[in-house]
Design a protein around this ligand. Structure first.
Ligand code: GTP
Ligand code: MG
Length: 199
């Protein structure tokens, strides 16, 4: 069982150049605005107030580094696809996120969060396609599993897999989580521990 003994906020950055020295393994959480990135980080760290969360989309606007067990970083990123955000700011944030993703040699895995209640969305599929194009390793994390019946959630995930397999030969690793119940959090921590060992 992988345990987080210490988790501390280290730094907020507005560009990849400002990010902490690239000397530790790093794992980033990304996905549409309001999908539950910050909440999942808090649940993983058992610290409800570590990363700022909100029921209003667009809460996280910077690249936030958290130092875990003094050994690796968790990174909370702003969400993409928030319709009500001013176009200029949205563009700026997209560029910030993309530049960060392609310019962090210590970024060992990207967890792409997807709401388990929704059908596959073009914006998420496009985002993952771009990650693949840039040869960036990623996994899909379905969130908010507590909000639906298990059978319904599994149907949604199966549908998602079906759509992915229309354009891909292989599926990325898939996790099912809830920041309410803690479902799936130990799976993600195990995954990170496994990757840490390869570093
Ligand atoms: P941005 O920073 O705005 O992009 O959002 P985010 O992806 O960080 O989402 P955040 O963690 O702030 O959560 C958004 C809302 O969803 C909050 O009201 C959370 O309480 C709620 N939420 C997040 N995860 C879960 C979950 O697993 N279950 C339930 N029921 N609610 C969740
Ligand atoms: Mg957030």
């Amino acid at each position: 069982m992988t345990v987080i003994n210490s988790a501390e906020f280290l730094k907020s950055s507005t560009s990849f150049e400002q990010c902490p020295t690239e000397n530790l393994p790093e794992y980033a959480f990304i996905g549409r605005s309001n999908v539950g990135k910050s909440s999942l980080i808090n649940k993983l760290c058992s610290q409800p107030k570590l990363a700022k969360t909100s029921s209003t989309p667009g809460k996280t606007q910077l690249i936030n580094h958290f130092l875990i067990n003094q050994q690796w970083f968790l990174v909370d990123l702003p969400g993409y696809g928030f319709a009500k955000m001013p176009v200029k700011l949205k563009k700026k944030m997209e560029i910030m996120i993309n530049e960060y993703l392609v310019n962090r040699p210590n970024l060992l895995n990207i967890y792409v969060l997807v709401d388990s209640r929704h059908e596959p969305l073009e914006i998420d599929l496009d985002f993952m396609a771009r990650l693949a194009l840039n040869q960036l390793p990623f996994s899909i994390v379905f969130t908010k599993a507590d909000k639906n019946k298990k059978t319904r959630t599994m149907e949604n995930i199966d549908k998602y897999k079906e759509v992915l397999l229309q354009s891909w030969e292989e599926l990325p690793p898939i996790f099912l989580t809830s920041s309410e119940t803690g479902l799936g959090t130990s799976d993600i921590l195990e995954d990170i521990a496994r990757i840490n060992l390869l570093y």
